[in-house]
Design a protein around this ligand. Structure first.
Ligand SMILES: [Zn+2]
Length: 183
């Protein structure tokens, strides 16, 4: 269940601090090191990292974190396990899981979540496991689609095809759609 009211969805991007490049780099470095140590500590299990992928300079606040929380609850239910680690700061919301089923199966189930719910489009699930002395990952076979124009989301992102306000409006729309589906 998404714990946001229509009124809060309207204010989704009205509060919070824009991220800085330094924050982004630090957050990435922290995430990679957290992923790696989880993989190395759980060599026979699968590590799943679920990030909420919020477009624009405001990545997190008391409303946006509810999208991350929504994803966290759904993923916990799907894999019948709680997150072992959560990052909830200015750069966004990330939840880490240690799961007892094979990596490919985790990836498939996570892709189903990403593709089946309106807010699933805002979740990025990365899968890691230990194999032959190193940390391995599984990529999606199909590219993620841009949630505005349905073309390859990577090219829209790098070419800044859509304005920040257009992307933020779409996020609000997806939240409203999610509320509607949960009724
Ligand atoms: Zn696009």
């Amino acid at each position: 269940m998404l714990e946001l009211t229509k009124n809060q969805i309207e204010k989704l991007f009205d509060v919070g601090n824009p991220i800085t490049l330094n924050e982004v780099l630090n957050a990435r470095e922290r995430r990679v090191s957290q992923q790696e140590s989880l993989v190395l500590d759980h060599r026979s299990q699968t590590i799943l990292v679920v990030k909420s992928n919020i477009p624009g300079p405001i990545k997190n606040n008391q409303y946006l974190m509810k999208i991350g929380l929504w994803g966290q609850k759904l993923v916990s239910k799907t894999f019948n396990t709680s997150a072992v680690l959560i990052n909830d700061d200015n750069c966004g919301y990330e939840a880490f899981y240690v799961i007892d089923i094979p990596a490919l199966e985790v990836k498939e189930k996570m892709m189903l979540i990403e593709d089946s719910y309106p807010l699933g489009r805002l979740l990025d699930g990365d899968v890691f496991y230990f194999f032959e002395n190193g940390v391995q990952t599984i990529s999606r076979l199909d590219a993620r689609q841009c949630f505005i124009c349905n073309r390859d989301s990577k090219s829209c992102g790098s070419q800044r095809t859509h304005s920040v306000s257009q992307l933020q409006e779409k996020v609000k729309e997806l939240c409203l759609l999610q509320l509607k589906e949960e009724k």
